[in-house]
Design a protein around this ligand. Structure first.
Ligand SMILES: [Zn+2]
Length: 395
């Protein structure tokens, strides 16, 4: 089996969801709509202005109704581009990130290099704030990767490049922050060499954490050579995504055993459901808000400098660029058509009513957007005309 087969041909497909075993699950449209519902519920609770406006404010004087093979959506709306805190944007961003990781894995395999996965974490108490735990992890990593001894670790490991992903969960012992490092190794590295070199890397990590006043146990850090990296490997590094049908899985995943906790989107889901039941769970919302604030403007993924370029891969697009790209929306499918435009006044009426908002998407998905709008006495413009009169913020 070739790497491309194992990656579900993901790198050759402009729609990463289309052919991948991991991402191409049924109910794409259901999942997407659930995300939209939670996003709209989040408006009243979020502390972040951009998240509040995401999917709500129009960019210009009209909003489009778009239909693809997997359903319908509204277009020309503001996007927040938050990979951490927006159920809608995070999904779009992480589809693309998964594809990028898969491309890098494939390129590295073509060069016969080895790869490994290292997970680093710190001890934490229930009373530690997320901000504190996160800062400790970030500082410890920058200590690990500076100075002469880092050069020695790199040489011992044959480290050509790395991808670092930060992940957050919350459990009985409070906030848990860990780093997943996908390490790209120069040549075919033996198990023994890998174990020895990652052993010193881990020692360096626990020393760095201790020097910063924290504590990290060697035994809970993890390093393994990847024998046949798959799309699951790529998806593993890009999994902070709101997927209602996957939330239960997340909790039982082996690497979360220690924390036995919830993902942030799991917390959001519980908090949102409590509001839906009319029994707002203040404790869950407090956790969510703490998380929103602590993750604000942080990077979720970082490639070591110059590594992607050395593989001949493009620079990764920013989270904001991906979220705002209406063409590359993997969940709607390849062919996305604007079926009509809504003047801003119509849009304000629709977004204020779950019944109209959901009803129009349901109707549009089966080709009935116009009859639906007419039946509700809502003004609309046909595609060409709307396009002519559309005036966006961006020319
Ligand atoms: Zn968003």
């Amino acid at each position: 089996m070739t790497m491309t087969d194992r990656l579900g041909n993901i790198t050759n497909n402009s729609s990463p969801g289309a052919s991948s075993a991991v991402l191409d699950r049924p109910n794409r449209q259901t999942r997407r709509r659930s995300r939209g519902k939670v996003q709209r519920g989040l408006r009243a609770e979020t502390t972040l202005d951009r998240v509040k406006g995401c999917g709500h404010y129009a960019i210009g004087n009209m909003v489009s109704v778009r239909v693809g093979e997997h359903g319908a959506d509204y277009g020309r709306l503001m996007t927040c581009g938050s990979v951490w805190a927006c159920p809608v944007c995070s999904a779009r961003i992480l589809y693309e990130r998964t594809r990028e990781v898969a491309q890098a894995i494939e390129a590295w395999e073509a060069r016969q290099g080895s790869m490994g996965l290292v997970t680093l974490t710190v001890r934490h108490k229930r009373s530690d704030s997320l901000k504190e735990v996160w800062a400790l992890v970030a500082k410890a990593w920058s200590r690990v990767t500076s100075g002469k001894r880092w050069a020695t670790v790199k040489a011992d490991l044959g480290l050509a490049g790395w991808l670092k992903t930060t992940e957050v969960t919350h459990g009985a012992n409070g906030w848990h922050v860990h780093l997943h490092l996908l390490v790209f190794l120069d040549d075919s590295v033996s198990e023994d060499r890998f174990a020895a070199a990652t052993g010193s890397l881990i020692q360096r990590w626990t020393d760095a954490v201790a020097s910063l006043g924290g504590s990290a146990l060697n035994g809970v850090q993890d390093a393994k050579l990847l024998v046949n990296p798959t799309l699951e490997t790529a998806a593993y590094l890009t999994k902070n995504v709101y997927m209602p049908d996957d939330l239960a899985l997340e909790v039982t995943r082996g690497d979360l055993k220690e924390s036995a906790g919830r993902t942030p989107f799991g917390i959001l889901q519980d908090a949102w459901e409590s509001n839906e039941r009319g029994q707002r769970n203040a404790a869950d919302w407090a956790l969510w808000r703490e998380y929103e604030q602590a993750s604000f403007r942080k990077r979720q993924q970082t490639w070591s400098q110059g590594f992607r370029a050395s593989l001949g891969l493009d620079d990764a697009r920013t989270d904001e660029e991906i979220a705002a790209d209406e063409e590359g929306d993997p969940e709607l499918g390849e062919e996305v058509t604007t079926v009509c435009w809504l003047p801003i006044e119509t849009w304000r009426i629709i977004r204020a009513s779950d019944h109209l908002y959901e009803g129009l998407l349901d109707a549009a998905a089966i080709g009935d957007a116009i009859p639906f709008l007419d039946a509700h006495g809502l003004e609309w413009l046909p595609p060409e005309e709307g396009y002519r009169f559309y005036a966006g913020r961006v020319a």
